[in-house]
Design a protein around this ligand. Structure first.
Ligand code: SF4
Length: 243
């Protein structure tokens, strides 16, 4: 279930630039066109020294091993421990168990999720929930897309009502429909004080990021509902060449 545990800089979203420990879980039921999750085949790897990018592979990883790996990777500038993926809520029972131990030890917890499992969500100090667009999939049935979107909003609302610091993230592409993103901003503003992070896709193959002009237009469209609660974040870790 664990892909890797390592220490790095948060490369995207509202807490971009902060130091995190990432607990990355393997696997995700979605299949976004820009996803690199499928290309990773290793499991159970743990960084030896924080930020070194050097790993050892453990034979098994029980809850106590995961917590011990986190303790060893703790640095004075640590902001929070991120449960990421893949989709961490595929393993919500384990995430809850680890999260409770970490809270007792004084760590801040952070969830990065695609939002498809509102019923599995519980309190995290901070949560970043993805909103998917239709063009994120090669093919998706209309009813499946609508269900996914409904669940993403439900997840955000649940976390908001639990008093988590929840924000939303949407990856935008060259062919992104600005009106669709505007509607998302409207739905988020109906929930409450939610920041929306606009993230231009990291280009690869046929997948292209929007022009500079289009990025401004997308942000302005979101601002009609979210005011200044909209921000642009690029995948900084990819530019820095860190994990
Ligand atoms: S939700 Fe995230 S992990 Fe899942 S397929 Fe999409 S990009 Fe990959």
């Amino acid at each position: 279930m664990i892909r890797e545990i390592f220490s790095s800089i948060m490369g995207e979203g509202k807490y971009i630039g902060r130091r995190f420990i990432f607990v990355r879980f393997a696997g995700c039921p979605l299949n976004c066109v820009y996803c690199d999750e499928e290309s990773k085949s290793y499991l159970n790897r743990v960084e030896k020294i924080p930020g070194s990018g050097e790993f050892e592979i453990l034979q098994k990883m029980e809850i106590k091993d995961i917590v011990s790996a986190i303790d060893k990777l703790k640095t004075p500038d640590l902001f929070a421990v991120s449960f990421t993926g893949g989709e961490p809520l595929l393993y919500s029972k384990q995430v809850k168990e680890i999260s409770e131990i970490l809270k007792d030890k004084g760590y801040k917890t952070f969830l990065e999720s695609n939002g498809m499992f509102p019923e599995r969500v519980f309190y995290f100090d901070i949560a970043s929930i993805d909103i998917k667009l239709r063009e994120h999939f090669e093919y998706i049935k209309d009813e499946d897309y609508k269900k996914l979107y409904k669940n993403e909003l439900k997840t955000i609302k649940k976390l908001y009502n639990l008093n988590s610091d929840v924000y939303a993230k949407v990856v935008v592409m060259e062919n992104t429909n600005i009106d669709e993103v505007r509607e998302i901003a409207k739905d988020l503003s109906d929930i409450g004080d939610i920041t929306l992070c606009i993230q231009p896709v990291t280009p690869r193959g046929n997948i292209k990021s929007p022009s500079q002009r289009k990025l401004f237009e997308i942000m302005e469209a979101c601002g009609e509902y979210l005011k200044d609660n909209v921000m642009l974040t690029i995948q900084m870790h990819k530019y820095l060449g860190v994990l």
